[in-house]
Ligand binder design. Structure first.
Ligand code: BGC
Length: 752
């Protein structure tokens, strides 16, 4: 396809009767252009901008002539659609854009949205994995790569990053966020926004980002997706809001609301969230898109009596765009005429949407993302492969390494590789990979092949029995033990066994909550059987959430957390196993000992009875410890780091300087994430026992030392009270600087 150039478009647009850019000679502001265009729009056309449809139009075939899709197609031509999602490929986007631009009265271009969560074709690790790198630069770069590829396929809006804080490993969507900490979650969310949006949104390789899901979605009761959320003010302001507020401050262009009810009101219909907080207090200038069908779901929630009332409630509450509920397109104009929704509110929503279209440069050239040559050139680009390999290595967390079993010697002989996931080229791509191709991950088997020709592979029992696809629930093989014997035999005659076990890539993600967060299928049995014949096991875990694996922790000498690392999975894992990359990842979600501990998170409050007592009446479980198996911030290295010379200098009541020395005391170079935690000992609203308030990732050669300096300001020292006011209170603070949330040097200071 030839890309239409800007000149041709300007002509088309002029013919279509509207070209808000034509007479500006470059000195008109976007606001001015928006106003002029708005003034030309009918009420139906305004409402049309607030309507988003799922893709429906097969560019290579005839336009649909019946059913829902026909209506959608007619609506395109009438200018009743502002955006579409899931239209994939530069050609398809071009064809659909052309219908709107050439055939609708005002020719207002569409925005094309897609879930570009951890890449388009070349995939980076799932976001939870990537967060474990604590490497903001690498994370930003990964989002940049995703944007470069996605925009080459016609997209200009991603529904990412998900900045929901998650504390419950049962919830399948923990894979899509940055974990349990709001401070780190905010930093990572901002890095992702910057990566997607770049410095110039009008460039053809940057795209609008979307902070989602506003708000509270990660707090679904019992970890069951879409479930009720009921949280208090302190959690709302101090835990749930901060990553959203940070994304807004960083200039995120859109926000998605969420499916759940929050304290009795569906987020989609919540005026407090969308008008008071987001657009009011935080001054958000972008637009809010509903989640898929969430306007209509307010009926099932018991909040709206029918779809018309749902449209009224959502629009009045500040949901600017309706994703696939058909509520606005059907009822909003009528509601305005009846005086139930004011036209000013509609205008406000439309302004926000048009503003983004201007910022994206769509009025200069609506086909700027539609170049099939560019698409071919950029997908799976070599540079992107390098970028995702880099962040994949950094995302790996070494959980256990008894007797330095790892790294493997380069000349290690007689290795057994075991497990169905070891040769899988699709599962490591993980969940939320709506555009990637099956079988495009480098498997662990392939990764090891690059290092050794002295290993043998036994698959063991198969993992799943069903066909594996996005819309099909997985069923695990619990009965067919074929392959078990062969794997055990191989382990018996090998010197060392690398076992790759965990969750299939599609066992986490939306709609994929679990009550057992163990190794599914026959994998635990396989692990224990192999252990009986060979204890020299390196367990490589692939999973989309924290797993509870107390048996493995107790018995297996080396455990490597490798998430779903994306396209370069096997290469990243092999480099870590052989020590060509020294692991530096640290967990961003606590790994429980038992699912019964969920939700479990390091930044909890103290009870009035926290102290271990011989008798019954203290806060604990009778049958399990309170502690996680692996805590937040935890991860080992092939070298060791020592902390000393902690200094805490209170510069003023608004500034505390903290200094610490870190030395690499081992034999190899490595990176360490130096973490700073605070505890405000007595406050008007109780503060968590520990809160991350600073971190720095440093690189040290053997015997090298570095002094790391943290500056704590009001932002780190204060918190939100029950009125939603940010306060810094005098009093004593505990401080810890160290290698994880449970290990470090302790200090104290007082704010007067
Ligand atoms: C998810 C959103 C996603 C949307 C569009 C919904 O089911 O909750 O996160 O962006 O679908 O695919």
């Amino acid at each position: 396809m030839k890309r239409l150039n800007s000149l041709a478009f300007a002509l088309l647009f002029a013919l279509a009767g509207c070209n808000p850019g034509a007479n500006d000679k470059g000195n008109d502001t976007i606001e001015g252009k928006v106003e002029r265009l708005l003034a030309q729009m009918t009420l139906e056309e305004k409402v049309g901008q607030m309507n988003q449809y799922n893709g429906f139009y097969d560019a290579t075939g005839p336009a649909p002539s019946e059913g829902d899709a026909k209506n959608k197609y007619e609506h395109l031509k009438k200018g009743w659609v502002g955006s579409v999602l899931n239209v994939k490929g530069a050609q398809e986007v071009f064809e659909m854009q052309r219908v709107v631009v050439e055939e609708s009265r005002l020719g207002i271009p569409l925005i094309f949205g897609l879930d570009v969560i951890h890449g388009q074709k070349t995939l980076a690790p799932i976001p939870l994995g990537e967060a474990a790198s604590w490497d903001l630069e690498a994370i930003e770069k990964s989002a940049r790569i995703a944007a470069i590829e996605a925009t080459a396929t016609g997209q200009n809006w991603t529904f990412a990053p998900m900045v929901d804080i998650s504390r419950d490993a049962r919830w399948g969507r923990v894979m899509e966020g940055a974990g349990e900490d709001p401070y780190l979650g905010a930093k990572i969310g901002v890095a992702r926004v910057k990566g997607f949006q770049g410095d110039d949104l009008s460039a053809n390789n940057t795209m609008a980002a979307c902070a989602k899901h506003f708000a509270g979605y990660g707090f679904a009761e019992a970890g069951r997706d879409y479930n009720t959320v009921d949280v208090g003010t302190s959690t709302l302001y101090n835990v749930i809001f901060p990553p959203f507020e940070a994304a807004v401050s960083a200039g995120v262009k859109t926000v998605m609301n969420s499916f759940n009810i929050l304290n009795g009101i569906p987020a989609t219909g919540d005026r407090f969230l969308q008008r008071e907080i987001l657009k009011g207090k935080w001054g958000f200038q972008g637009f809010v898109v509903s989640d898929w069908g969430s306007v209509g779901e307010m009926i099932k929630h018991g909040y709206a009596k029918d779809l018309k009332e749902a449209a009224e409630l959502a629009a009045n509450a500040g949901s600017d765009m309706d994703m696939e509920s058909y509520a606005y397109v059907k009822y909003l104009a009528e509601l305005v005429r009846e005086g139930k929704v004011s036209e000013e509110l509609v205008d406000d929503a439309v302004r926000r949407i048009l503003r983004l279209k201007f910022e994206l440069g769509l009025f200069d050239d609506p086909y700027r993302y539609c170049n099939t040559e560019r698409e071919k050139e950029l997908l799976y680009h070599e540079d992107h492969m390098k970028g995702v390999l880099d962040v994949a290595k950094k995302s790996i967390v070494l959980l256990k390494n008894e007797n330095n079993l790892l790294p493997l010697a380069k000349n290690q002989k007689n290795i057994a590789l075991i497990g169905a996931l070891a040769s899988d080229k699709t599962s490591p791509l993980g969940s939320w990979r709506v555009s990637s191709d099956d079988n495009t991950a480098v498997s662990v088997l392939e990764g090891l092949e690059a290092y050794s020709n002295d290993f043998k592979y036994a698959k063991g029992p198969k993992l799943v029995t069903s066909e594996v696809a996005f819309h099909i629930p997985l069923t695990f093989n619990m009965t067919d033990r074929s392959g078990m014997k062969e794997a055990i035999e191989l382990a018996k005659r090998s010197d060392i066994v690398v076992m790759v076990l965990g969750e299939h890539g599609l066992l986490s993600g939306e709609g994929r909550s679990r009550v057992n967060i163990d190794l599914p299928g026959l994998q635990q049995e396989l692990l224990e059987e192999v252990y009986k014949v060979n204890r020299n096991i390196v367990l490589v875990l692939m999973n989309g959430r924290p797993l509870a694996l107390p048996w493995a922790d107790q018995h297996i000498p080396a455990i490597v957390e490798a998430w779903h690392l994306g396209t370069q999975s096997g290469n990243a894992i092999a480099q870590v196993l052989y020590g060509d990359y020294n692991p530096s990842g640290k967990l961003t979600m606590s790994f429980p000992r038992h699912v019964g501990q969920c939700p479990i998170y390091y930044n909890h409050y103290s009870t009035g009875r926290p102290d271990v007592k011989p008798e019954v009446f203290w806060s604990h479980y009778s049958d399990e410890s309170n502690d996680p198996l692996y805590p937040f911030g935890y991860g080992l290295s092939y070298t060791t780091f020592e902390y000393d010379a902690l200094q805490v200098n209170v510069k003023s009541n608004e500034m505390v300087e903290v200094l610490v020395n870190v030395t690499n005391t081992g034999q190899v170079e490595g990176e360490e994430v130096v973490q700073l935690y605070l505890h405000d000992k007595a406050a008007s609203v109780v503060r968590p026992v520990k809160e991350l308030k600073g971190f720095e990732k440093i690189f040290l050669k053997p015997a090298e030392s570095k002094q790391v300096k943290f500056t704590l300001t009001n932002k780190e020292l204060g918190f939100f009270n029950h009125k939603g006011e940010f306060v810094v209170e005098p009093g004593m603070f505990d401080l810890m600087v160290g290698t994880s949330s449970v290990e470090g040097l302790n200090g104290q200071f007082e704010l007067k």
